[in-house]
Design a protein around this ligand. Structure first.
Ligand code: KIV
Length: 277
C-alpha cells in the first residue's frame, strides 16, 4: 500500500465515527471535519487523513459530471458513487445526499429513497436540503431511525428559485427564517445541519440556537465543523468559490506529470527494460 495511505495517527486504534459520537464532539467543543468524496481513491485519502465525515454530495453533478448545477443527478447515480466510496472508507461516517426529485415528491418517496441509500450503498445517513417544507419528510425518516443531516442557507437544489447560487440570510427576515428552520430541523430529529453561504454572525446565531452540530461551508468560523468539496480544497479544479482555501494544486501537478509521461513516451525514455512488470 502507498505510504500516504498508512497514516500511523489514523490507523489501528481509531474508532469508527458514529452519529452519537458526532453529537458528543459538539458537546466537547471538538471541531468536526467533513469532506466530499465520490469514488474509492478519494475516499481512501479521506480515510488516511483522519477526516470525521465523508459526504457523497450531489455536487458530483458539477464536480464529476461537468453539469452547470446538481438538478439532473439521479438517485441511482448517488448510490453508485456511494458504493464506490464505501469500498475504501472504514472509519469516517458516510453521509449521502438525496438528490433533486426524491424528497421533493413527499414523505413516502423520501423514506423510500433513504432506505435505498442505506441498503444499497452501506451509508449511515442521508442529507436533505431545505427547512420547513421538508420537516415531515425528515421526521418520517428519523422516526424509522434513518439518520438525517439537514442543509440550510444556499441549498443548491433551489438554484432556480434563488435566481442563482446566491448567499442567503442577508436580511433580518431571511436570517430569522433560517434560525427558525434550524430549530425545526432539530425538532424533526436531524443529527447535524449544514449551513451553506450564510453570513458568519448568522451561522453563529444558528449554532447557538441548536444543540446538534452545525457544519459550515462559506459560513465563517463559528460552526461546530466545516465541510469542503475535496476537489476544491485539493486544487483539482481551475476555479473555486472565494471561501475555499486551496491546500494543494493537484490539478497542476497532474498536468505536469502527464506532460512528463507524454514527453518520455515520445522521446523513447519510457518504458525502459527495467519498467517491465
Ligand atoms: O453536495 C455537496 O457536496 C454539498 C456540500 C457542499 C455541503 O451539499
Amino acid at each position: 500500500m502507498a505510504g500516504y495511505l498508512q497514516n500511523p495517527e489514523t490507523g489501528g486504534s481509531r474508532k469508527p465515527v458514529t452519529v452519537p459520537r458526532l453529537i458528543a464532539m459538539r458537546g466537547r467543543g471538538e471541531k468536526i471535519t467533513v469532506v466530499t468524496a465520490y469514488d474509492a481513491p478519494t475516499a481512501a485519502w479521506a480515510e488516511a487523513a483522519g477526516i470525521d465525515v465523508v459526504l457523497v454530495g450531489d455536487s458530483l453533478g458539477t464536480v464529476i459530471q461537468g453539469l452547470p448545477d446538481t438538478l439532473p443527478v439521479t438517485l441511482d447515480e448517488m448510490i453508485y458513487h456511494a458504493r464506490c466510496v464505501r469500498r475504501t472508507l472504514v472509519h469516517p461516517l458516510l453521509v449521502v445526499d438525496l438528490p433533486f426529485g426524491t424528497f421533493q415528491r413527499g414523505v413516502d418517496a423520501t423514506v423510500d429513497a433513504s432506505i435505498r441509500v442505506l441498503k444499497e450503498s452501506g451509508a449511515a445517513a442521508v442529507k436533505i436540503e431545505g427547512g420547513e417544507r421538508v420537516l415531515d419528510a425528515i421526521a418520517a425518516c428519523t422516526r424509522q431511525d434513518i439518520p438525517v443531516m439537514g442543509h440550510l442557507g444556499l441549498t443548491p437544489q433551489s438554484v432556480h428559485a434563488f435566481g442563482g447560487f446566491r448567499r442567503q440570510g442577508k436580511d433580518a427576515d431571511s436570517a430569522r427564517r433560517i434560525i427558525d428552520d434550524a430549530r425545526r430541523l432539530q425538532d424533526a430529529g436531524v443529527f447535524s445541519i449544514v449551513l451553506e453561504c450564510v453570513p458568519d454572525d448568522l451561522a453563529k446565531a444558528v449554532t447557538e440556537a441548536v444543540e446538534v452540530p452545525t457544519i459550515g461551508i462559506g459560513a465563517g468560523p463559528h460552526c461546530s465543523g466545516q465541510v469542503l468539496v475535496m476537489h476544491d480544497l485539493l486544487g483539482m479544479l481551475p476555479r473555486t468559490p472565494s471561501f475555499v482555501r486551496r491546500y494543494a494544486e493537484v490539478g497542476q501537478t497532474a498536468v505536469e506529470a502527464l506532460q512528463a509521461y507524454r514527453d518520455d513516451v515520445r522521446e523513447g525514455r519510457f518504458p525502459q527494460a527495467e519498467d517491465k512488470a
